[in-house]
Design a protein around this ligand. Structure first.
Ligand code: DGY
Length: 324
C-alpha cells in the first residue's frame, strides 16, 4: 500500500520518528537546505504537515500545499501559525494541551513556590557559605490562605487551579467565558489582579492576547504581588513589566517564557526580583514523548478517516466572505 506523503517541519522524539518513518513518506522540510524547492516539489502531494509550534506554518506554505488538510502539531502553542490561512482553507489543526497539561501546571506551582520561598537565592545562600557567616535566611512568604488568580481557564489553567486549591489557596479566574467550575469567575482582569496575591498567566499566545497583561494589570497586582507566566512572552507587556519590577510597583515575577527567546532582555534577567526558567514547562522525557505520540496518533486518525483526537477549534479565525 502506498504510504501517504507528509511534510515534516520539525523532527520529533525518537519513538515518534520511527512511527512516522514506518507509516508515511516523509518530506524532510526540517533538513532541506532549499526549503522552497522541497515545497515546490512535494507540497502538492502532502495532505498533512507534522510539526511543533516553533516551526511557523505561514500563508505562503499553506498556498504551496493545495491539498493540505491537516496540521498535526506536537506543541500546545501554535502562535507562529497563520491560523486564519488554515481556517480559510478548511485545514484542520491538532495540538497537545492535554499531553503537557500536568507538567506545565507543575511548573507553574514550582515557579510560584520557588519565587515565594526564595529557592534560587536560598540555594546560593547555602553554597556561598553566607548561612554560616550571616545566620538565618530571611523569612519568606506562605501560600496557604492567599489568593491565586489564574488568567486563562483551559485544560492547563484548570490543572493549576486544582493544585493551587489543594495547597489551601483561594482560586479565582479570568477567562473569555465563565465555565462551570468550582472556582469564582472574575470578568475584569484588573479586579482579578487587585484581589490576587499571585497571578498565573496561561492563555494562548498570538495577536488576540498580545500585551493582555499591561501596566494597569501589573499596578493592580501591586508591590506585594507575584506575576507568573507559563503562557507566551507576548502575553505580557515586557517593557512595562521591567519598569514595574524596577520601580517596585510590581513585587516579583516568575517566568518560563519571554518576548525574546532564547535571549531574553538583559534588563529583565538582571533584576533580583525575577525567577527564571528557560521555556521548559513541558520539558520532561515523559511529556515530550506523549506530545510526539499525540502528533502521530492524530495523523493516524486522519489517514484512517477517524475523528481527530485533539482538534483545535479554528472557527473563530475563519474570515467569512461578505460577513457583516
Ligand atoms: C508548547 O507546547 O506550546 C510549549 O510551550 C512548548 O513549546
Amino acid at each position: 500500500m502506498t504510504k501517504p506523503d507528509v511534510m515534516l517541519l520539525a523532527s520529533q522524539r525518537p519513538n515518534a520518528m520511527a512511527q512516522l518513518e514506518a507509516n508515511f513518506t516523509l518530506h524532510r522540510w526540517d533538513l532541506a537546505e532549499d526549503k522552497a524547492a522541497i515545497l515546490a516539489e512535494h507540497g502538492a502531494t502532502c495532505t498533512a504537515i507534522a510539526t511543533h509550534g516553533h516551526a511557523p506554518v505561514d500563508r505562503a506554505m499553506v498556498a504551496a500545499m493545495p491539498n493540505l488538510k491537516l496540521v498535526s502539531c506536537s506543541s500546545a502553542g501554535f502562535d507562529t501559525f497563520d491560523v486564519t490561512a488554515l481556517a480559510e482553507r478548511g485545514v484542520a489543526l491538532t495540538n497537545t494541551s492535554s499531553a503537557l497539561c500536568d507538567d506545565v501546571a507543575d511548573t507553574a506551582i514550582m515557579l510560584l513556590l520557588g519565587a515565594r520561598r526564595g529557592l534560587v537565592p536560598g540555594d546560593a545562600y547555602v553554597r556561598s557559605g553566607s548561612w554560616g557567616r550571616e545566620g538565618m535566611f530571611p523569612l519568606q512568604r506562605s501560600l496557604k490562605g492567599r489568593t491565586l488568580g489564574i488568567v486563562g481557564m483551559g485544560t492547563i489553567g484548570q490543572a493549576i487551579a486544582h493544585r493551587g486549591a489543594a495547597m489551601g489557596q483561594t482560586v479565582r479566574y479570568w477567562n473569555r467565558r465563565p465555565k462551570d467550575l468550582p472556582w469564582a469567575f472574575e470578568p475584569d482582569l484588573i479586579t482579578l489582579a487587585r484581589d490576587s496575591d499571585n497571578l498565573v498567566v496561561i492563555v494562548a499566545g498570538g495577536e488576540g492576547t498580545r500585551n493582555l497583561i499591561d501596566a494597569s494589570v501589573m499596578d493592580a497586582l501591586g508591590p506585594d504581588g507575584l506575576l507568573i507566566n507559563v503562557a507566551r512572552g507576548s502575553v505580557i507587556d515586557e517593557p512595562a513589566m521591567i519598569a514595574a519590577l524596577s520601580e517596585g510597583r510590581l513585587g516579583a515575577a516568575a517566568l518560563d517564557v519571554f518576548e525574546n527567546e532564547p535571549n531574553p532582555d538583559p534588563r529583565l534577567t538582571a533584576l533580583p526580583n525575577v525567577t527564571l526558567y528557560p521555556h521548559h514547562a513541558s520539558g520532561t522525557v515523559e511529556t515530550r514523548d506523549a506530545m510526539a505520540q499525540l502528533l502521530v496518533d492524530n495523523l493516524g486518525a486522519f489517514f484512517a478517516g477517524q475523528p481527530l483526537l485533539s482538534p483545535v477549534d479554528l472557527s473563530a479565525y475563519a474570515v467569512r466572505p461578505n460577513a457583516t
